[in-house]
Design a protein around this ligand. Structure first.
Ligand code: C2G
Length: 133
């Protein structure tokens, strides 16, 4: 079984996220999503989520491409996650291009996928008149 992992906040879930999850799942047989916790978002990513971790987890678990959702609590856990979950492929949007190449050193394929243009959580918030992330 070829296992894929990806990481993200996935707040105000939109079709850009779904495109990423679909393409990630297509690279293997099983997709793990490491979902940024509320604390990690706030303290490390300086993002205030509209939906709580539990709500964002609930929505991700309802997506057919997603097999398992785990918490992303820090920047450093990727190396251990790859070993712990027996991951073959790490996938993320190309806004992160080059940032996680180090995972190749432990035999994990690293794939940066093109982002879906013209959609983002920040844009959604701005168009609704809310503050950006
Ligand atoms: N994404 C995309 N197209 C968009 C918006 C997002 O392909 N229009 C992708 C991002 O590149 C990312 C995933 O969807 O791979 C989740 O996006 P975010 O929730 O914004 O995640 P991010 O804040 O980039 O968190 O440790 C890594 C971080 O947790 C990644």
């Amino acid at each position: 079984m070829k296992k894929v992992i990806t990481y993200g906040t996935f707040d105000l879930l939109h079709y850009g996220h779904i495109n990423l999850l679909r393409r990630a799942r297509e690279l293997g047989d099983y997709l793990v999503v490491a979902l940024s916790t509320d604390e990690f978002n706030w303290h490390e990513k300086h993002k205030k989520c509209y939906f709580s971790y539990d709500r964002r987890k609930q929505m991700l678990e309802a997506i057919r491409y997603v097999d398992l959702v785990i918490p992303e609590e820090n920047w450093e856990q990727k190396k251990t996650d790859v070993v712990k979950y027996g991951v073959d492929v790490f996938v993320i949007g190309d806004d992160w291009k080059g940032k996680f190449d180090f995972l190749r050193d432990q035999g994990c394929e690293v794939v940066y996928l093109p982002r879906t243009p013209e959609i983002s959580t920040t844009e959604i918030k701005n168009s609704l008149g809310g503050a950006g992330e």
